[in-house]
Design a protein around this ligand. Structure first.
Ligand code: ZN
Length: 142
């Protein structure tokens, strides 16, 4: 499953880049990744047992809304700016609306709120580690 490979790369990244024990890691995932956060945490909690650097680490997951860029007018806009359009698509297709299944289809259904072009791309779709907290880091600050 996709969740397991992500959990695996998080554990791998942490163990390869840190040598102090980690208490918490914050992972940012895009809204349209449709990852199951429960499975992701379960996978992380299973995989972390293999290395003392991460064995006590807690995984926090933040979900990030995507942003978009219009290739025609070069403006950027947020998911909230097109929420109404998404709602309309949803209404005409019901629960199984295509954006749910295929975020790549966005440009076909959504247009730029500024110029009306369909030539848009999604940005901020990557999964990344936002923050890593180590044991003992607090004492080091004082
Ligand atoms: Zn535009």
């Amino acid at each position: 499953m996709h969740e397991w490979s992500i959990a695996y790369s998080v554990v791998k990244t942490l163990t390869e880049n840190f040598n102090k024990r980690i208490s918490k890691v914050t992972l940012v995932i895009p809204l349209f990744s449709f990852l199951d956060v429960g499975i992701l945490k379960e996978a992380f909690n299973e995989l972390k047992k293999e290395n003392p650097i991460v064995e006590n680490a807690e995984l926090e997951v933040k979900i990030q809304e995507p942003s978009f860029r219009c290739r025609n007018c070069n403006r950027e806009f947020k998911f909230s700016d097109i929420q109404q359009q998404v709602g309309e698509v949803k209404n005409s297709y019901g629960e199984e609306y295509p954006l749910h299944l295929m975020p790549e289809l966005f440009p076909a259904f959504i247009k730029c709120p500024y110029c009306g072009s369909h030539d848009i791309e999604a940005i901020g779709q990557e999964i990344y580690i936002e923050k890593v907290e180590e044991y003992g880091a607090v004492e080091r600050v004082s």
